[in-house]
Design a protein around this ligand. Structure first.
Ligand code: FA5
Length: 339
């Protein structure tokens, strides 16, 4: 009985110091202390055996109650824990939670519109390839006819990792991959995220989407390029458009152009969407430079092709009357709910 007294004191100290797993292991497991004390019962004289058993059981219950109590506390503590990222108190019952858009989630306007665009391109026979979000100097510059030290590199210089990779400033980084992995006729559309070292304003973001297009075959001309882009734009904007080609400069196309359309909102009279010019510049485009074809082992005497790259965000803004590009990534619920 003296031993039991000692055991009880030890148990009370351990209840304060050990966690429930440790208590369970030390006292209640198959090779634990309580089992050991029960096995000694035959050594206790007959008169005290019942008392010994009763006392030992009460110590065992003390431990079991303590374990049960601490697991209840853990559950209560968990329930009280606040998730500061939840847009409502995480303990609020489902029926009382505020409705945040559709709680099942919804697709962002940029992705909804991209789906529409890709459907149109696919119906025109283009394959779809996704661009990369990190790339190397060869695909960003060398293969696109920007040799080392070329001044036009500055326009597309963005963010470099210490081990020499770059965040792509345009989806043209995919041109060499597409051209060198297929044989003409080649037709592909490549949507992807781009990054620029840019002072942001209502029409410029540091992160935005572009959509590249490539077409290569025998006898392809500027006329094919204009017709293809116009066909897509009329299907996407669901209206007839007038187009204007303005000179531009890209090292990877020759000739190069800016593809401009009449402002669909003011019928060329001038409004805030077109900067009161009546025309909206939508994309860069041109005939693929012979050096770019050569770097993909395509004979530029036999084949020719065109490419374009438009800002997806800007086209989505035009179709949806969005005046500030920054709204697309601000995460403003009021804005998102509209779409
Ligand atoms: C290019 O990026 C060329 N790679 C396009 C190209 C592809 C030319 C194939 C020839 C052949 P540019 O820098 O002009 O060109 O960008 C193309 C389009 O991306 C712009 O017309 C615009 O719609 C969009 N864009 C460019 N910078 C931004 C920006 N900071 N924020 C939002 N959209 C942008």
């Amino acid at each position: 009985m003296k031993d039991l007294q000692k055991l009880k004191t030890e148990v009370q100290e351990d209840i304060d110091q050990l966690d429930s797993n440790e208590l369970k292991k030390k006292y209640l497991s198959s090779d634990g202390v309580i089992r050991e004390y029960f096995s000694k019962i035959s050594n206790v004289d007959k008169d005290n055996r019942a008392k010994y058993g009763k006392e030992l059981n009460s110590i065992k219950n003390l431990i079991a109650q303590s374990i049960e109590q601490s697991s209840k506390e853990i559950v209560t503590q968990r329930a009280k824990r606040v998730d500061p990222t939840a847009p409502f108190d995480s303990n609020t019952s489902k029926s009382n939670r505020p409705r945040i858009l559709d709680l099942n989630g919804s697709s962002h306007i940029l992705m909804q519109e991209l789906e529409r665009m890709l459907d149109i391109f696919q119906s025109m026979g283009f394959d779809i390839v996704e661009s990369r979000q990190i790339d190397d100097d060869y695909h960003m510059f060398e293969s696109l006819n920007f040799p080392k030290g070329h001044p036009a590199r500055d326009m597309y210089d963005t963010f470099w990792t210490e081990d020499g990779f770059v965040l792509p400033a345009h989806t043209s980084t995919m041109q060499n991959r597409i051209l060198s992995s297929s044989t003409p006729p080649i037709s592909a559309v490549i949507p992807g995220r781009c990054f620029r070292s840019e002072a942001t304003d209502s029409s410029h973001e540091h992160t935005f989407f572009q959509c590249e297009g490539i077409y290569v075959d025998k006898g392809i001309s500027v006329a094919n390029m204009i017709a293809t882009i116009k066909e897509f734009l009329e299907a996407y904007l669901e209206t007839d458009i007038e187009v204007k080609i303005q000179p531009a400069y890209f090292p990877f196309t020759e000739p190069d152009a800016e593809f401009t359309i009449n402002c669909p909102f003011c019928n060329k009279e001038g409004c805030s969407t077109c900067g009161h010019t009546g025309w909206i510049e939508l994309m860069g485009c041109g005939m693929i430079h012979p050096n770019v074809l050569k770097s993909a082992d395509i004979d530029s005497e036999e084949f020719s092709g065109f490419a374009w790259g438009f800002g997806l965000d800007r086209l989505v803004m035009i179709r949806n009357h969005i005046s500030d590009i920054r709204d697309l990534r601000a995460g403003n619920i009021k804005f998102l709910r509209k779409y």
